[in-house]
Design a binder for this molecule. Structure first.
Ligand code: M6R
Length: 619
């Protein structure tokens, strides 16, 4: 939550402000209830901040331009402490001379006691935020040390919780000093200029050379230097890497919204995640797997931890991994996992799934599992983010940057990565499915084209969404791997269209949810392909009849050629045929498209739905 940007460059013109505003534009998905910037120039520190979207800040800057500067910091906020007002927007100024400005991502958990101390000392606060406590402490420390870096080292050890802090001071106009604990911070290396950002999107238009800061590190950037220490002032190293995607990947590419673009990126997201995982003999390769084969052979339980859409990817994975490996798989919501006295030991493989690699609940669950002795593997889309860095192994998804708050392509890439993991374990551990791994990899390789074909047939889904702009409730039913797809379809609708939506296991219908069915109630039903074992296809077709008999409006997602559904469907959305376990890569697509267009039909903000932020970096 919250996006932060810092820049130090060579020239005293508009460079710094432009770079920071551009960075904030790219980071706005992280939080969008207020935004602000601070510049350092011959006038000292100048700032502007506004409640609401970045456009409000842009208008304010147009109306009252700031003076030229080579050094700037900026912030786009998702409010935690203090409502989304102009006063609570960042930057926050410390002291009475307004020479020091701070932006912050995270939550300073002990801010109440620190604030009480400062109030006692006569400090006057202008906002209700936890961040201002850090600003005031830094200003007081600066009065003693006369040095921004020294002030930062003396303050950070007193702060608890999660924070990335960026600070500038009028007396040190050539530098930004930053510190990080439990919140992300990446340095962008330029020539005669350097950058800071919550993620590389902040500066991808300028450089692909990045250095990821470690836990409890401070960095000082000037135009020509980047110096990193730990919180005690000892020299430290960040992790250097080159970003593999370019600025265009984080742009809309001709689509109206990032979400629409990202839905259309899905064939690539799946294809790229599969790339390089197969040896010439067809067997699976996992180069990034740094947990030894011996250890993996001993694993007797897998627990998948994740939140939101990523947890639904985990639920799909459970069906596939258990089927292929016969290892019991449990899926736990990360925020529940830590507090349920989990059964974890050194033969447990914890698989975390996170697009951002920053979700605080998931990170804390990974740490908890490690402390209990488990091996941890991260499935993640963001290189260099905290969760993979703190895990024993990582399997990166290659979906490219996902900007829309509602996850789409990351979901498909996560499911793909889970399949790869399951097949890899099956191959490694032998057993009846070891030989099938190659066949399934071959079937997976066909999926990108099928997704692309399906995306070409979404006009009717768009029309259905258009008719349903006034709908107040939508239900989703699925079975087996279709069950998490139903949950994901409902989540997309809640997030994007702000209407009541529930996903149920179709078998659960008669145990209660069928009471919700009344004439006209729209219900999406994800029908397993006719080849699905245990007659599941037939059972779900019966479910359609049961709800139709009670007046439901049935919108059926079925495999091409599945004529059994036609008599009971008000609408059929056809998807290409696929092996049963791989169906979610297709069946979720119409649900994403439906949510996108229902949100559009209601005139809502598709990419930045209310109250949400892309990365949930607070508990
Ligand atoms: O970055 P992560 O995958 O860890 O995020 C997890 C959830 O916060 C995320 O999937 C959320 O549910 C999305 N808004 C869903 O569209």
């Amino acid at each position: 939550m919250c996006g932060i940007v810092g820049y130090v460059g060579p020239r005293s013109d508009d460079t710094a402000l432009n770079v920071v505003m551009e960075g904030l534009t790219r980071l706005e998905y992280r939080g969008y209830d207020s935004a602000g910037v601070a510049l350092v120039n011959g006038n000292g520190v100048e700032w502007e901040k506004r409640a609401g979207k970045l456009a409000n800040l842009r208008n304010a800057l147009d109306e009252a331009p700031l003076h030229a500067s080579a050094t700037a910091i900026g912030h786009t906020r998702w409010a935690t402490h203090g409502g989304p007002t102009d006063l609570n927007a960042h930057p926050h100024l410390g002291g009475t001379t307004d020479k020091l400005a701070v932006v912050h991502n995270g939550i300073i958990e002990n801010f109440h006691s620190l604030k009480a101390e400062l109030l006692e000392a006569g400090v006057q606060f202008r906002s209700e935020t936890d961040t201002e406590v850090a600003a005031q402490m830094l200003a007081r420390a600066y009065d003693v040390t006369g040095d921004l870096y020294a002030a930062m080292t003396s303050v950070v050890n007193r702060l608890e919780g999660a924070f990335t802090l960026l600070a500038v001071h009028a007396d040190a106009p050539d530098r930004v000093v930053a510190a990080r604990r439990n919140s992300p911070l990446v340095v962008g290396l330029g020539e005669g200029e350097n950058f800071l950002g919550s993620d590389v999107a902040a500066f991808i238009g300028y450089t692909r050379n990045a250095v990821e800061l470690g836990q409890d590190q401070i960095v000082v950037i000037t135009p020509d230097s980047v110096e990193i220490t730990d919180f005690d002032g000892n020299p430290a190293q960040g992790k250097a890497y080159e970003v593999t995607w370019d600025a265009a990947a984080a742009e809309k590419g001709g689509y109206d919204t990032f979400m629409e673009k990202e839905i259309h990126d899905q064939p690539h997201a799946v294809g790229d995640t599969l790339l390089g995982r197969t040896a010439p003999d067809g067997s699976l390769l996992l180069d990034e797997m740094s947990i030894s084969e011996d250890v993996l052979r001993q694993i007797d339980r897998i627990t998948i931890i994740a939140c939101g859409t990523s947890a639904y990817a985990g639920m799909v994975a459970k069906y596939a991994i258990e089927h292929w490996t016969r290892i019991p798989v449990e899926v736990a919501l990360a925020h529940e996992f830590r507090y349920c006295d989990p059964i974890v030991n050194d033969r447990t493989l914890i698989v975390s799934i996170s697009q951002s690699g920053e979700t605080m609940d998931t990170l804390m669950a990974v740490r908890h599992a490690r402390a209990l002795g488990a091996r941890t593997l991260s499935i993640c889309n963001t290189h260099g983010s905290t969760i993979p860095r703190e895990s024993d192994a990582v399997l990166y998804t290659h979906a490219g940057p996902e900007i829309a708050v509602a996850s789409t392509k990351a979901f498909l890439a996560q499911i793909t990565a889970c399949y790869i993991l399951g097949l890899y374990l099956a191959q490694l551990r032998g057993g009846s499915f070891a030989e099938d791994a190659r066949t399934v990899m071959g079937q997976l390789a066909e999926m990108p084209e099928k997704i692309a074909t399906l995306l070409g047939t979404m006009d009717r889904v768009k029309e259905i969404a258009g008719f349903m702009a006034d709908t107040r409730s939508v239900l989703f039913l699925g079975r087996n791997v279709g069950y998490p797809v139903a949950m994901e379809g409902a989540l997309k609708l809640k997030e994007l269209a702000y209407i009541h939506a529930e996903g149920f296991a179709a078998g659960e219908l008669k145990h209660g949810p069928i009471a919700l069915i009344e004439p006209g109630q729209p219900v999406f039903i994800i029908v397993p392909g006719p080849d699905t074992p245990h007659d599941l296809h037939k059972k779900v077709v019966s479910n359609i009849q049961e709800i139709r008999a009670r007046g439901a409006r049935t919108i059926v997602i079925a495999e091409e050629g599945d004529t059994d559904v036609i008599p009971f469907a008000d609408e059929v959305i056809w998807v290409p045929q696929a092996p049963p376990l791989l169906e979610p890569l297709l069946t979720v697509v119409p649900l994403q498209v439906f949510a996108l267009y229902l949100s559009t039909a209601k005139g809502l903000d598709v990419d930045q739905p209310r109250n949400l932020a892309k990365s949930v970096t607070v508990e």
